[in-house]
Design a protein around this ligand. Sequence first.
Ligand code: NDP
Length: 601
Amino acid sequence: MTNAAQIDPDNLDFDPDALRAKYRAERDKRLRPDGNNQYTRIEGNLAHYVDDPYGAVMPRAGQSDLIEYLIIGGGFGGLVTAARLKEAGFEDVRILEHGGDFGGTWYWNRYPGAACDTEAYIYLPLCEETGYLPRHKFAFQSEILAHAQRIGRHYDLYEGALFHTAVTDLAWQEDAGRWLVRTNRGDALQARFVIMSNGPLNTPKLPGVPGIEAFEGHTFHTSRWDYAYTGGSSEGHLTGLQDKRVAIIGTGATAVQCIPHLGASAKALYVYQRTPSSIDVRNNRPTDPAWAASLTPGWQKARMENFNVLTSGGVVEQDLVMDGWTEIIRNLISMANFRGSAIPREDVPRLMELADFQKMNAIRARVDEVVEDPATAAALKPWYRQFCKRPCFHDEYLPTFNQPNVHLIDTAGQGVERITARGVVANGVETPVDCIIFATGFEVGTAFTHRAGYDVTGRDGLKLSEAWAEGMRSLHGLFVHGFPNLLITSNAQSGFTTNFPHAMDERAQHMAYLFGALKQRGAKRLEATAEGEAAWVDTMLKASRMSEAFQAECTPGYYNNEGQPNPKSAQNGSYGRGPVRFFELLAGWREVGDCDGLRFD
Ligand code: NDP
């Protein structure tokens, strides 16, 4: 990790006011009135950008099966839910998945260098259950995808799974007490329970620039990597690019991971940067066999909880994971220790800001240490608080800019201007290229129904888009009044943790409990009551910790709705008291046992 030395808050070696002013100036350069509407949706003539390059869509007949538990989405959310249901004795569980296999984001995002920034020992779910220990501290895409498939095999989830299948319509049939699920493959399935695990960051987007269709060279989005063109694999060796001039647009977490491989293979690489990412130390290493041998049953849950407590601002005796995510918290604690006392509550925001300044100073110093050309180094320095954007961890990204074939085209916050038949225009200069790769991310904050690809029709014809027109409404993020037997598993109105699969597993175990409670009561349907839902929305609003002030100070990005913090973010976001309290809240609710806020029939 970049070394953030212990500091005395009353005797700083940097000027917080000057940093605040610099951060604001950099943010102001990037604010734009069209905010989140700036991007180009992938539809119509651009629809080919989301075709599956990894596997052919095999013809099959439409189905009309009766299913007890239908899960939409075969990423880790769907897989863990299916696994916990099967463990609890619910057998008729089927997964319907847009991709050609299980894996979700790890099926689609197999760009060179793709890897997970959260430690593999806590990120890969069900390691103990499936008898698998990751090979490195941070896992690469192929290992993660293979683990998703392992879960699929271990729990017999391939049986009856529908791949390359997307829901087009989901409607409650009151008389049958079932959901009618129509798909793009001609299916008309009937499911008693539907669990939506659609996942975030699943709808790729393109930059809001003219001319994308005019480009005559080769082009694709990072989430649909074209290895037929580049050669190589997610491990790199892109031999097809040896004689190619390649442009990559975007420098977010995805670009940071694939740029070293592009730099290693392309004849010339042009990196179009609007805002630099913060690049912390990665320090990946193989799994230590002695440590592996020392693990005792229950180790993974304990490790997940240790990370979760620490990254939620709690105190643990020992930081088991010791990575970049936990470091900023340790840094804060070390500052408090310097004063020899616990942190008074009112001091926490100021200390957090100082810890952040110190951390980002270390991040910026690392750029100077690694990047030889001073102008390039200056352009690669991020000027914002660390959690304004997704922090990145990489040891080969910055050195890539020392290569003579790699050119950083910094746009001083303005972005690419347009695409032409020959190449990319930025800062008024056209650069001809053979290939343009869009590392421009995914839709966030757009209509839920657009990202899901379908609306949901509940009781009495009520649409989910109507029920949520004034903001999300749910009980615990899982149930929506008016939508019987529909469960939604996502971060919204639920406990958010950096380690997504941990939260997925907590929700999965909660769902298994709920289906057990339903069976015990001899009931066939369950639904949030209007009162239960209203009470949870109220809790969400009261618990909101989302500081609009923090968001407004941030450089634009998908974390703050592109510089225009959404007034509904408290309601549509995650439970503000954090994942530890949320998981405790669900456990307490189960312990009481009366399923308050739900109605069983
Ligand atoms: P991001 O949304 O983070 O990045 C999009 C990039 O495109 C930004 O650099 C953005 O610049 C840039 N951009 C947009 N429009 C233009 C333009 N007109 N001109 C130039 N640049 C432009 O998407 P990513 O795919 O990188 O990452 C998405 C998320 O996926 C991450 O935040 C993370 O949550 C997840 N991820 C996780 C990984 C893991 O380790 N688990 C690895 C990779 C991704 P600007 O910043 O100025 O908006």
